[in-house]
Design a protein around this ligand. Structure first.
Ligand code: MMA
Ligand code: CA
Length: 200
């Protein structure tokens, strides 16, 4: 069952500031124009104009309403298999198989990064995307200067690993990491085509 109480309120304040928020999301260049709502300043002395309901109420009510609406949207996306949730993370794939740099680029363009499972729950969530595609996926992990020393893309050391037996074994020749279709990890060259799975 979906836990709606676990839904977050990301950047709700930003949503309240302007009605252009949707189009201003990075990568949302194809969203249609949203007609400008009247701003508070526009309404001075105009009794025939009323504020939209969503701006006419207690800010806490507005936040609660936005939270409810976001949770419903997330529920639809989970129901339709478009996203997986684990803790505060959302995982999703575009179904495309590309090299590591391209996969990372697509994720960043969409406002996320490559899937980087940091615990068993997150690894299971990524696996639940890898499984139906039946394709290995690159993870947001790379080998550092020291062979055998793998790090998150942001340079931090790994706090969780799920290496397949005898991995990593590339000793500096396999600087990326792929997830197998059983959820275990293998160090692998970065120039192969692997499923793009992002986290947000
Ligand atoms: C391949 C390649 C390696 C992996 C081994 C496991 C032969 O190399 O995928 O990354 O470690 O298989 O046998
Ligand atoms: Ca390997």
């Amino acid at each position: 069952m979906l836990s709606y109480s676990s839904c977050m309120i990301p950047a709700v304040a930003a949503l309240l500031v302007t009605c252009h928020a949707l189009r201003e999301c990075p990568g949302n260049t194809e969203l249609p124009e949203i007609p400008a709502l009247p701003q508070r300043d526009d309404l001075k002395g105009q009794s025939h104009l009323s504020l939209p309901n969503s701006l006419d109420t207690d800010p806490l009510d507005v936040i609660a309403d936005l939270k409810h609406r976001l949770c419903r949207l997330e529920g639809v996306l989970v129901l339709n298999g478009k996203i997986r949730k684990a803790g505060d993370k959302i995982f999703a794939s575009n179904g495309k198989k590309v090299d590591f740099a391209s996969a990372l680029g697509s994720c960043e363009e969409a406002g996320g990064t490559l899937a980087t499972p940091m615990n068993e729950e997150e690894n299971q969530a990524v696996l639940s995307i890898v499984k139906p595609y039946n394709q290995y996926a690159y993870l947001g992990i790379k080998e550092g200067e020291t062979p055998g020393q793998f790090k998150y893309i942001n340079g931090m050391p790994l706090s969780y690993t799920k290496w397949y037996k005898y991995e990593p074994n590339g000793k500096g020749t396999e600087k990326c990491v792929e997830m197998y279709t059983d959820g275990t990890w293998n160090d692998k060259r970065c120039n192969l085509n692997r499923l793009t799975v992002c986290e947000f």
